[in-house]
Write a protein that binds this ligand. Structure first.
Ligand SMILES: NC(=O)c1ccc[n+]([C@@H]2O[C@H](COP(=O)([O-])OP(=O)(O)OC[C@H]3O[C@@H](n4cnc5c(N)ncnc54)[C@H](O)[C@@H]3O)[C@@H](O)[C@H]2O)c1
Ligand SMILES: [Zn+2]
Length: 368
């Protein structure tokens, strides 16, 4: 088991990564004085598989568990579900020392975190992430949110958990596509912040692809360490966290345009990272070879980056809508692996050329 501290001043907490963390949940939590019950938010799929193991772990610490059911996936992140969970807490007379626990993927984590941030003006929150995306990304950093019909994550709060318990054995049951989507975030950390992780994956992606617990423990812990370091420097997302957005400017644009071909978030950012690498080469920022290295790594992790794209004009328009867009197009680019840099004012013409090179249709009337 590996313990990584997220050193946020005044609110530091530990992320415990390993196999069998669920069964030991009670002893791994920090003291929760006066807590009487743990209110565990989980969807049906995850509850069926993992609720009992978590219940056993919490019972050992004298904390009975109350399960609050929510819909699967993004549907959990609505104001309606948020209200329903709050009302359940009230009906069951949860008090301000009782922890709210998120057991599940990033969607359940975002919802339960926002509930914990706001019920009685804030109660202790515990993350028990069960997807790779949630273990390496969503569960760390304290961002919580639900969606509005007008857009994703428009209502939320910063609310740091008191602990994150990441049991890598839960990843065994993830659907393959969901798992590979998480590997795209892992590749992001490897390329931007952890050359040693990159070397491990380049040498042999097999153990990660086979989800071997020992390999997963190391891989997840490394990503958590990378994210923890960044979050501690920029709790409120005003600067340094931008690096975590590597590949995401194009990734978000593709997700927005795609009802298109329905890439998952991970699949979309894989394309986005490939694009960023080529852009860095074309700007003369990175040495030739960075792009080829991206393509090799991503392909070895089962991430397709050569698929069909919307038109370059459409993509550029969608990128301009990105909330990270500030005047010119701003990208996180690499000077080399492990050396991220925010580059302002990337010429749109060049971005368009790279998109066309990657197979996006050139806008009518040329311009490329
Ligand atoms: N707060 C943050 O910093 C942050 C960061 C990244 C992503 N997010 C959010 O996270 C969400 C995406 O999270 P996600 O990728 O974890 O997907 P998800 O939470 O939508 O879960 C996807 C599906 O996986 C199932 N599932 C979960 N764990 C499983 C397991 N162990 N075995 C089998 N099935 C399992 C769930 O039932 C669900 O149907 C998005 O809403 C995104 O906005 C938040
Ligand atoms: Zn992401």
């Amino acid at each position: 088991m590996v313990r990584v501290t997220v050193p946020i001043p005044g609110r530091a907490y530990d992320v415990v990564v390993g196999a069998g963390v669920l069964e030991r949940a009670g002893e791994l939590l920090p003291p929760l004085p006066r807590a009487e019950r743990a209110f565990v938010v989980a969807d049906q799929v995850v509850a069926e598989r993992y609720l009992e193991r978590l219940a056993a772990g919490l019972a050992a610490a004298g904390l009975p568990l109350v399960h609050l059911g929510v819909p699967e996936g993004e549907e959990a992140k609505s104001l309606a579900v948020y209200t329903a969970v709050l009302r359940q807490l009230a009906v069951q007379e949860a008090h301000r020392d009782d922890p709210v626990v998120a057991l599940g993927g990033g969607a359940v984590g975002d919802l339960a975190g926002f509930v914990a941030a706001t019920y009685m003006r804030g109660v202790p929150f515990v993350q028990v992430p069960t997807t790779l995306t949630a273990q390496v990304d969503a569960a760390i950093g304290g961002k919580t949110a639900v969606n509005l019909p007008e857009g994703k994550n428009l209502v939320g709060a910063f609310h740091q958990p008191v602990a994150v318990l990441a049991d890598v054995t839960t990843l065994a049951s993830l659907p393959e596509r969901e798992y590979r989507s998480g590997l795209a975030e892992v590749a992001k950390y490897a390329l931007t912040l952890d050359p040693e992780l990159l070397a491990t994956l380049e040498r042999d992606p097999g153990p990660a692809l086979r989800r071997e617990p020992a390999a997963l423990e190391d891989l997840v812990a490394r990503c958590v360490r990378a994210k923890a370091g960044i979050v501690a420097r920029d709790e409120r997302d005003t600067g340094a966290r931008m690096v975590l957005n590597y590949g995401h400017t194009l990734g978000h644009a593709l997700e927005r345009l795609e009802a298109f071909r329905g890439r998952t978030h991970g699949e979309a950012i894989a394309v986005g990272m490939r694009f960023a690498a080529r852009l860095a080469e074309r700007l003369g920022l990175a040495p030739e070879g960075l792009h080829a290295r991206h393509v090799r790594l991503l392909a070895s992790l089962g991430l397709e980056t050569q698929g069909e794209l919307p038109g370059a004009g459409e993509i550029l328009a969608a990128m301009r809508l990105d909330k990270k867009y500030a005047g010119g197009i701003r990208f996180v680019l690499l000077e080399d692996v492990g050396r991220p840099r925010v580059v302002e004012d990337v010429p749109e013409g060049l971005a368009r050329e790279v998109l066309v090179e990657m197979g996006a249709a050139a806008p009518v009337g040329g311009g490329a």
